[in-house]
Design a protein. Sequence first.
Length: 129
Amino acid sequence: MTDQKRYGFIPALIGVAMGISISIGIESRNPLIPVITCLVGIVCFLVYRRRVKEPIHDERTILIHAKASSATFAIFVLGSFLVGSVMLMMDRMGYTGYYQIGSTIFVMANIFLILHFVFRSYYRRKYGG
């Protein structure tokens, strides 16, 4: 197995182990387990990353990550606005308790949009464009 394939597999394995142990910590109501698990997982990931010798990212992988991030962002924001609208309409139709949820979803979608435009203008200035 090459370093590039291993670089995708081992962090995923670390993430799964972290997720399982964090859920165990939450179920057992022990806050120390998730904290220790996150610290150990971060250390394992950093140690593994330093051991990788060959380049991990090239122009193609950077382009793939950029396109995937852009599509994920667009789908999430549009879905958030749609779900928020449905929640607010349900509250106006007489179903109680949906106003706060819908408003929260709208606020989160707006925060994501603001962050997107802030970083977009920052990188536009940094790299030109």
